[in-house]
Design a protein around this ligand. Structure first.
Ligand SMILES: Cc1cc2nc3c(=O)[nH]c(=O)nc-3n(C[C@H](O)[C@H](O)[C@H](O)COP(=O)(O)O)c2cc1C
Length: 217
């Protein structure tokens, strides 16, 4: 733990940074299976991602290794090696079409809890905002939160010693039809999981200098 770190918790900022350094997009995996426990735990971490207005606009479609849909799911990922050699494959889907229902569920939750202030916030502001957004804005809004869930998932997988690859090189219509999703559903990305093999790393870590990205005001 760094000297400056606030105490009273089991985490370490340096340890977390090491985890982010260790996570790479790995495109080829060994035959080693990933336990159900690990994938479920990583999915629970994904589910705890922050989301705009806490509407949790995501769905996780987990194609198990023995699923009859496995071959089609790999094909929907354009048969990328990262999908074809993976132990597990999870599709991170956004549901802009369900935002109104989720806002209504929040209203019901806060009404039941006797919190009329928050209930009216969801009823009068969130629900109306969601309704009046242009579809492309709504999709971008949803994808932001879904991507955060995918990021938490990938870090959790790395924390278990396994590797992952995010993929937007996929056929969204095929994914929607595979899972019976409506046309409005956004296919934010797929994430493949497994034990990476050295050939799965296509090059050294490459980032532009931090100075290109960070402005301090
Ligand atoms: C939204 C998104 C989509 C991506 N799609 C693909 C993909 O379809 N295939 C692939 O091999 N890598 C894909 N990547 C991985 C990136 O190429 C990778 O994150 C980038 O090169 C940086 O490498 P690193 O993740 O190892 O740091 C994707 C990454 C993100 C965030």
């Amino acid at each position: 733990m760094t000297e400056e770190a606030k105490g009273g918790h089991p985490w370490s900022v340096d340890g977390f940074e090491q985890l982010t350094i260790a996570r790479r997009s790995v495109r080829r995996f060994s035959d080693l299976p990933v336990s159900e426990h690990i994938t479920r735990s990583a999915l629970r971490s994904a589910h705890l991602a922050p989301s705009s207005n806490n509407l949790q606009p995501w769905e996780f479609h987990w194609v198990r290794p023995d699923s009859p849909h496995r071959a089609s799911a790999v094909e929907a990922c354009l048969s990328q090696p990262a999908a074809a050699t993976s132990a597990e494959l999870i599709f991170f889907i956004g549901r802009p079409d369900l935002l109104s229902d989720r806002a209504a569920a929040m209203v019901a939750h806060f009404e039941a809890a006797g919190n009329e202030g928050t209930a009216s916030y969801y009823r009068d502001q969130v629900a109306l905002n969601v309704q009046k957004m242009a579809p492309e804005d709504r999709n971008a809004w949803v994808d932001k939160s879904v991507a955060l869930a995918a990021a938490q998932f990938m870090l959790a997988i790395k924390a278990a010693g396994f590797d992952s690859c995010p993929m937007e090189g996929l056929d969204p219509d095929m994914v929607r039809s595979l899972f019976g999703l409506p046309q409005e559903a956004t296919v934010t990305m797929a994430v493949s999981v497994g034990e990476g093999i050295p050939e799965g790393l296509y090059g050294p870590r490459l980032r532009f200098p931090m100075a290109d990205h960070l402005s301090e005001h």
